[in-house]
Ligand binder design. Structure first.
Ligand SMILES: C[S@@+](CC[C@H](N)C(=O)[O-])C[C@H]1O[C@@H](n2cnc3c(N)ncnc32)[C@H](O)[C@@H]1O
Length: 248
């Protein structure tokens, strides 16, 4: 087993930060209720549609190399949970390549179950820290990115664990093509405020909302996720940011 707990071959979770994994990962890697079929799908189907991570690569990942058919755009989702949103997008935009990352293996296995039943050829998955893939994809290679109901870590002392950080926004800004969208959903008021504050510090993103309905109502192409449905922390908000055009 790898000594890097955030590597896909580990099942325990990270213990300490390293230059490669600057911020510790939290949360369970695997829950107790994985079925035999799910275990099997992780062994058989996942390797066929898996994205190799940066540290397993000598060079940048070319997203076109990940898919076996012609793809018109590439979209990227961080922490897809059980993959309801990712699958919906893949189904409704069949020529778009959906690249999803999820650290929790039971979630990955759930999505694999759905892919296995309905054969989708425009989904690629990474069962580990999304930042590994974000660093490996080329600059301006992604047409839309999603971060939906990230773990809120509402206590101030845990703020460093929130996925929305200047460091990770730099990664999104690097990945996204000019004028393309980063979507962030949350039902936690602390996380919503935090996101707006972090975004207000950026000169490469602009909030797209023109009125309250733009962030209070979900757009038609923003299907409900499992955590959005639970909305246990408050009323969900739908935050859309445009990656401004690069000036140089
Ligand atoms: C609260 S859940 C939300 C899941 C899903 N997006 C939804 O809305 O139903 C957050 C998910 O993000 C995953 N996650 C957190 N940090 C991650 C990272 N750095 N890379 C990949 N997945 C991550 C967690 O494992 C967890 O499944």
């Amino acid at each position: 087993m790898s000594s890097d707990p955030s590597s896909p071959s580990s099942s325990t979770g990270a213990k300490s930060a390293t230059p490669e994994n600057p911020q510790r990962l939290y949360g369970r890697r695997k829950g107790p209720t994985m079925s035999q079929r799910q275990e099997q799908l992780l062994e058989t189907l996942l390797p066929k549609i898996r994205v190799p991570a940066a540290k397993e690569m000598d060079e940048t990942i070319n997203p076109a190399d990940l898919f076996s058919k012609e793809i018109t755009d590439y979209w990227f989702e961080v922490g897809f949970g059980k993959g309801e949103h990712l699958y919906w997008q893949a189904e409704h935009f069949p020529t778009t390549g959906m690249i999803g990352c999820e650290f929790y293996l039971n979630g990955v296995a759930s999505l694999l179950g759905k892919i296995d039943e309905n054969t989708r050829d425009n989904i690629r998955l990474y069962e580990g820290d999304a930042r590994h893939v974000m660093k490996a994809l080329p600059e301006a290679s992604i047409g839309r990115a999603f971060l939906l109901h990230p773990d809120p870590w509402p206590k101030n002392r845990h703020a460093k664990r929130r996925f929305v950080s200047q460091e990770n926004l730099d990664l999104f800004a690097r990945l996204l093509k000019d004028n393309c969208e980063l979507r962030i959903g949350t039902d936690h008021p602390v996380y919503a405020r935090w996101t707006m504050l972090q975004m207000s510090l950026r000169d490469d993103f602009v909030w797209m909302a023109e009125g309250p309905d733009d962030w209070r109502k979900s757009p038609a192409d923003w299907p409900e996720t499992r955590y959005e449905q639970k909305a246990k922390d408050g009323i969900p908000v739908y935050l859309r940011f445009k990656r401004l055009a690069r000036t140089k």
